[in-house]
Design a protein around this ligand. Structure first.
Ligand code: ATP
Ligand code: MG
Length: 334
């Protein structure tokens, strides 16, 4: 039997270059090798967007289009809408009893996100426990591998803890009930934002979206943060922490040329305008076919609707099988 991948995105907006580098690229590459489920995590999106259900609803479609446009093939991979799989909510309820509040409060990604969103004691309870719901997602599909960006590592760690606890507490009759997953993080595990801050994020106002037009991409790149001390062309510049070079590392297949640019930038005599012009050209070449496929798909709403309906149905069957095993192991099945 083939091993299983579960990965996904929160439908809080369209997907960006960070998604591609962190997760989409791996999921597209591995979809023929692994049985692949791509979860559109609308329940998770609601944990910090409860007041914007219309945005979440709309973004489910955007995220589906982005996945298909970068090359997810619905003939081999399964796109699933999280809220249409109630089995995930039931699993979450069982898992919530296997984690402590203190453990949830220690999750470094959740801590970062709470800081960004200005949550304190007023944090929605659903937001604080979303790593548990994510553990339900990963285990419901029996995933062995989870292709994600670096920010997701604490979630996989939390999932492994829940799996071990569950399997120890409720050993199954014949086989181990839950599969222990492993994260797959790419070499560039975190793409910085155009503002040079930590991570490019949909909700952070520092993203270049896969669906951005030529003009918007050029405008965003021209406004990108670089080395603030690199004022004149002849000044030596810093490459570390300079997002323009991070993007070149991620998107320029000619690594020797990138190294040469870095050398000239460090030495002085290479202006930001020239480096940015190269980046604009590269991103344009990368995004042009994605935009074209996205446009074609957007015109065939019926097809995308069918892909989501059929995928979600298949996903429900898989999650249902896991839930039956879980209930049996817990002695709740009669
Ligand atoms: P939000 O602001 O709503 O949380 P997001 O931009 O963080 O949106 P998610 O939907 O939370 O995106 O993340 C989906 C996947 O993309 C995850 O595997 C995550 O690790 C990866 N990812 C998101 N942003 C980046 C990034 N800047 N670099 C690398 N991977 C990323
Ligand atoms: Mg996120």
């Amino acid at each position: 039997m083939r091993q299983i991948i579960l990965t996904g995105d929160r439908p809080t907006g369209p997907l960006h270059l960070g998604h591609f580098v962190g997760s989409l690229q791996n999921r597209v590459r591995l979809q023929h090798e692994y049985e692949t489920y791509v979860l559109i995590a609308d329940l998770q999106a609601l944990t910090d967007h409860a007041d914007q259900p219309a945005l979440i609803r709309r973004s489910v479609h955007e995220v589906a289009l982005d996945n298909l446009a970068v090359g997810i093939d619905p003939a081999v991979a399964t796109l699933v809408i999280q809220s249409r799989v109630p089995e995930l909510a039931e699993l979450t309820m069982y898992y919530l009893n296997l984690v402590t509040l203190a453990r949830l409060q220690r999750n470094p990604t959740v801590k970062d996100e709470m800081r960004q969103k200005g949550f304190d004691a007023d944090v929605p309870a659903g937001f604080l426990v979303y790593p548990v719901s994510q553990a339900a997602d990963i285990t419901a599909f029996g995933a062995h591998l989870v292709p994600v960006g670096e920010d997701q590592l604490p979630m996989i760690e939390q999932t492994v803890e829940i799996v071990r606890r569950f399997n120890r507490m409720y050993p199954g009759q014949a086989e181990t009930v839950l599969v222990e997953p492993r994260a797959l993080v790419p070499p560039i595990a975190r793409l910085p934002g155009t503002d040079g801050q930590g991570k490019m994020g949909k909700s952070l106002g520092n993203a270049i979206f896969l669906s951005d037009s030529t003009d918007v991409v050029a405008e965003k790149v021209r406004a990108m943060y670089t080395d603030p001390r690199h004022l004149r062309v002849e000044d030596p510049g810093t490459v570390e922490g300079n997002p323009v070079f991070s993007y070149l590392d991620a998107f320029d297949p000619d690594t020797a040329a990138v190294e040469e640019l870095k050398r000239r930038y460090r030495a002085g005599g290479l202006g930001d305008v020239v480096v940015k012009a190269r980046l604009i050209e590269l991103l344009e070449a990368f995004l042009t076919p994605i935009r074209a496929r996205r446009r074609a798909l957007a015109e065939d709403q019926a097809h995308v609707g069918r892909v989501l309906r059929e995928g979600t149905e298949r996903g429900r069957e898989t999650a249902g099988r896991t839930l039956s095993k879980v209930r049996a192991a817990m002695g709740l099945d009669d």
